[in-house]
Ligand binder design. Structure first.
Ligand code: ZN
Ligand code: MN
Length: 147
């Protein structure tokens, strides 16, 4: 909970520092992004927002996410089918596990990630700036439903 509050305050602070108005609508979007439960799509964020702000358009939600992304405060996970998902709770590169059936996305805790980064850098002589590591599979819920 404190983690989500910290993320909320950080994103709001960054917007304010860059001269952006903090409207109740914008705060609502930031609140959802700060939690990023399930790595929502723009459509899912819009759906949630509309409960409190029925007139807010999908385009407005999208513009705000683009703005927050430009400040480096949300991680965009793009997919070949165009379905982008967002993580404002962890805006830095980290591995994901993705269900190919229900599109659920979770963050695994990988102890080996740091050593993997080091190994890649050493083996290729690259300075690694970023990485993308996705594991695709079928979640336990979908496995249970399989007939
Ligand atoms: Zn699933
Ligand atoms: Mn994530």
């Amino acid at each position: 909970m404190s983690d989500r509050n910290t993320r909320f305050e950080t994103i709001i602070g960054k917007l304010r520092d860059n001269g952006h108005k903090i409207t109740p609508q914008r705060m609502a979007i930031v609140r959802i992004l700060a939690e990023s439960l399930g790595h929502p799509s723009v459509e899912e964020i819009h759906e949630q927002i509309r409960q409190d702000f029925p007139t807010m358009s999908l385009a407005t939600v999208y513009r705000n996410i683009v703005l927050i992304k430009s400040l480096g405060e949300v991680l965009e996970l793009g997919f070949p089918d165009g379905s982008n998902r967002y993580d404002g709770n962890k805006p830095f590169p980290h591995p994901h596990v993705i269900c190919i059936r229900c599109k659920k996305i979770v963050d695994p805790d990988l102890d080996s990630l740091d050593s993997m980064k080091k190994e890649v850098a050493e083996e290729t002589d690259f300075k690694i700036l970023n990485h993308r590591l996705d594991f695709f599979g079928i979640c336990s819920n979908c496995m249970a439903e399989k007939v």
